[in-house]
Design a protein around this ligand. Sequence first.
Ligand code: SF4
Length: 255
Amino acid sequence: MPRKPTLSPSKITTYLACPDKYKWTYVDDRGKWYLRSKSYYSFGSTLHGVLQRFHDSGEKGVTTTLEAVAALEESWIDAGYTSQEEMMQAMAEGKAIVESYIETFRAQPVTAETIYIEKTLRRDLGPFVLLGRVDRVDQHKDGTIEIVDYKSGRQTVAAEDVATDLAMNCYALLLQEKHPDANLSASIFALRSNTKATFPFVPKDLDSFKNDLVVLGEEILHRDFAGMVPVAKELCPHCDFLPLCKKHPDFVSSD
Ligand code: SF4
């Protein structure tokens, strides 16, 4: 039996931003020659790795701000920076962020147990399997399961942002299957300001999200990407795939 197709929050978000971008990223191999490294992805991956080691008490775990700064230096990803100066500035910001995060975390009372760190979860939704990698999941003393997502580029965050974030809704669906009787909440942690916003999900809203997601997933999986005419949009001037889209005779560039 053929394996079911998979969709993830990144795939779905890419499709919603631009179906052509989805095609070049996930369907048509020619896209890979145009993809460029982005410093903000490198920065986010480095920070995620350090915070993973802080919350994971395993062999490579870090427990102090000094160890965290050392871990950041040793695991620093330098792809995508345009100059040494830009990279050094980002590294200084990264160090300040992990120091502040760890100091704040350690100053708070422990009210929850971390049950997953950087874990890939899956849920069969019928036409496809939903995959998602959660940064961290905590279980509180009252049984509430809290999904925690780190955003390395954000300064501010509100509960409304969590409620409307596609990835957070996907993560809640994934956790719902594993912990069907638990109350579920999700938090986005804005690392640059060391602030967090939380939203409690309710089963009725998650059911409705699941139905919408299945309809959207079927649209993605049945789309005729080969015959699609790229449609110019605001994203185009900053998109790696613009040279590819411009090759299409019916593409009307906005520049
Ligand atoms: S150049 Fe524009 S139309 Fe083409 S993939 Fe990028 S955003 Fe989409």
